[in-house]
Write a protein that binds this ligand. Structure first.
Ligand SMILES: Nc1ncnc2c1ncn2[C@@H]1O[C@H](COP(=O)(O)OP(=O)(O)O)[C@@H](O)[C@H]1O
Ligand SMILES: [Mg+2]
Length: 244
């Protein structure tokens, strides 16, 4: 199994677009793929892929909460058969664990154990590839996922304000001894002539550039055969060790 997480330091960085496209690319290649929306409170994968409101990750959290009445949270484990009920299947064949806007769901600070149980269950499964779409909020569980996955992608652009956010994000990670050098930068826009080049930004941050994606038309559909799809497919093949 290979795991990928897609994190954006600011909202609208394009991380959901990239996560969904990557998951669909993987599924199209015949790999058994799961997309997980870990933007728990404000995720929009459900809407983007025209899925149903239920089941979703908060149904799973609720199940954990109920199980806690019987045993301590530390003992709770799920087999794949037990958590399949929380997934939805997209028309492409892609399996998705969606998020929800359930008001009953506790805030980010109080959901770490639930997400840890869910994450451990997911990675102990027969999927070939799992893609995690993350929120733009640094939380304990996003640090945990970023640290554990095989490919932690950081979506950035070269706008000044974005780079400032990136700097603060990395400082915060260093403060908690996060292995920052694991992160790979993916630029979701080509630099304009007045902006720093991706390579310059990467050098400043001492992080490798995974790639640079082109700007796309607003009416673009997922997996349209365009340059955006082509470059992401190439990145995916390289990461998976597939022939291009
Ligand atoms: N490469 C791109 N070119 C043009 N627009 C993009 C690109 N990537 C994302 N977008 C658009 O930017 C908006 C935010 O993207 P989204 O993936 O939802 O960001 P995030 O998940 O980081 O908040 C969407 O309207 C999306 O269509
Ligand atoms: Mg998003």
């Amino acid at each position: 199994m290979k795991t990928i997480s897609v994190y954006g330091v600011n909202k609208n960085s394009g991380n959901t677009t990239i996560a969904v496209e990557l998951a669909l690319i993987s599924q199209k290649k015949g790999l058994k793929t799961l997309l997980v929306d870990l933007d728990i409170h404000t995720g929009n994968v459900t809407k983007r892929l025209k899925l149903n409101r239920h089941p979703n990750i908060s149904d799973w959290c609720e199940d954990i909460y109920l199980a806690c009445k019987e045993t301590s949270i530390i003992n709770i484990k799920y087999t794949q058969d037990q958590w399949l009920q929380f997934l939805q299947r997209h028309s492409s064949g892609l399996d998705v664990l969606t998020s929800s806007s359930n008001k009953k769901l506790p805030g980010y600070g109080n959901i770490y154990y639930e997400i840890k149980i869910i994450y451990n269950s997911l990675i102990d499964s027969d999927y070939d590839v799992i893609v995690f779409d993350m929120s733009n909020i640094p939380t304990s569980f996003s640090y945990m996922v970023l640290e554990d996955v095989d490919l932690p992608i950081l979506v950035v652009d070269t706008f000044r304000y974005n780079l400032k956010l990136l700097k603060h994000f990395i400082w915060d990670l260093e403060d908690v001894h996060f292995p920052v050098n694991k992160l790979k930068l993916l630029f979701n826009r080509e630099a304009s002539p007045v902006e720093d080049l991706p390579e310059t930004v990467a050098q400043d941050f001492k992080l490798p550039v995974l790639g640079v994606l082109p700007e796309v038309q607003p009416e673009r559909e997922f997996c349209d055969a365009d340059e955006f799809n082509k470059r992401l497919s190439e990145l995916f093949d390289k990461f998976m060790g597939l022939p291009s």
